[in-house]
Design a protein around this ligand. Structure first.
Ligand SMILES: *[C@@H]1O[C@H](CO)[C@@H](O)[C@H](O)[C@H]1NC(C)=O
Ligand SMILES: *[C@@H]1O[C@H](CO)[C@@H](O)[C@H](O)[C@H]1NC(C)=O
Ligand SMILES: *[C@@H]1O[C@H](CO)[C@@H](O)[C@H](O)[C@H]1NC(C)=O
Ligand SMILES: *[C@@H]1O[C@H](CO)[C@@H](O)[C@H](O)[C@H]1NC(C)=O
Length: 242
């Protein structure tokens, strides 16, 4: 047996290097508990792998793509979405990471969804295109809190409502915005829907997400409500590539 002797510093650099090469960690994922399992090496798995390959190809150029592969009962539907500001190259590597992670995290699951900062990937045996996903949603928040939560919450809601309105009126169903709160603070917001949704459904999805602000983000300096069909984020710092 051969053992490599590595200094802690070298190990640290190696870890950082690998992190750079292997990309970011997922924010969150769900494996369906109700859609059933597919058998290893069966038709569904073959179709799922073809679907992933199609999404690598389709999603990066515009930041969004859907496809379906195969025939019932082995037909697989899939969707990929990159954050509106992300480059094609970063979008592609995010979708590639997402597809390999989701297969590892949800082995044999007929439906699953995974989110990263830069992208989202979902697949299912059910035709979910054009419908608002009400199954999968999570919250994230900045642990720092403000000392003026009542007015801060109001400012947050105002900004996000305005950004959401811009998003559902835009062809990319994506928008960002800013709001000065006082001399020392500025809020930054983002809202985005998957582009299989109509503008009306995008509005409905974002309105619903924004109504979760009190439960996710009361008095928090930053937060996100992230669902399968839409998401928003706000922070006291800029978090998108300009
Ligand atoms: C799918 O597989 C998991 C574990 O691999 C098992 O816990 C679950 O009951 C299975 N679901 C169905 C619907 O067979
Ligand atoms: C699936 O195929 C792989 C490679 O062909 C093989 O190693 C594995 O044992 C197969 N699994 C099942 C459950 O048949
Ligand atoms: C609230 O926090 C701000 C910094 O964010 C600070 O300048 C201000 O003094 C604080 N006010 C109170 C009442 O603690
Ligand atoms: C926040 O908004 C609510 C409802 O619009 C209003 O009643 C309240 O006075 C506002 N609070 C502050 C501190 O701005």
């Amino acid at each position: 047996m051969h053992f490599l002797k590595l200094s802690p510093l070298l190990l640290l650099s190696l870890a950082l290097l690998l992190q750079g090469v292997l990309g970011a960690d997922p924010l969150y994922h769900f494996c369906s508990t109700t859609s059933g399992n597919y058998t290893s090496n069966g038709t569904y798995e073959t179709n799922l792998k073809k679907l992933m390959a199609s999404l690598f190809y389709k999603v990066p150029s515009t930041g969004f793509g859907v496809d379906s592969v195969g025939q019932y009962p082995d037909r697989v539907y899939g969707l990929g979405l990159c954050r509106g500001d992300v480059s094609s190259a970063d979008c592609k590597s995010c979708i590639v990471d997402a597809s390999s992670e989701i297969l590892k995290l949800c082995p044999n699951d007929k439906e699953a969804i995974i989110w990263y900062d830069y992208c989202e990937l979902k697949y299912s045996n059910d035709d979910f295109f054009g419908k608002i996903d009400t199954k999968y949603k999570f919250y994230m928040w900045n642990t720092a809190t403000v000392n003026d939560s009542a007015s801060f919450n109001n400012n947050t809601k105002e900004l996000l409502t305005q950004v959401a309105t811009q998003a559902y009126h835009s062809s990319k169903l994506y928008a960002t915005g800013e709001k000065v709160i006082d001399d020392s603070r500025k809020l930054y917001g983002l809202a985005q829907c998957t582009r299989d949704l109509s503008s009306e459904y995008c509005k409905e999805c974002l309105d619903d997400a924004i109504s979760d602000l009190p439960s996710c983000c009361d008095g928090k300096e930053g937060g996100r409500v992230v669902g399968g069909s839409c998401n928003f984020r706000y922070e006291l710092y800029s978090f998108v590539n300009s």
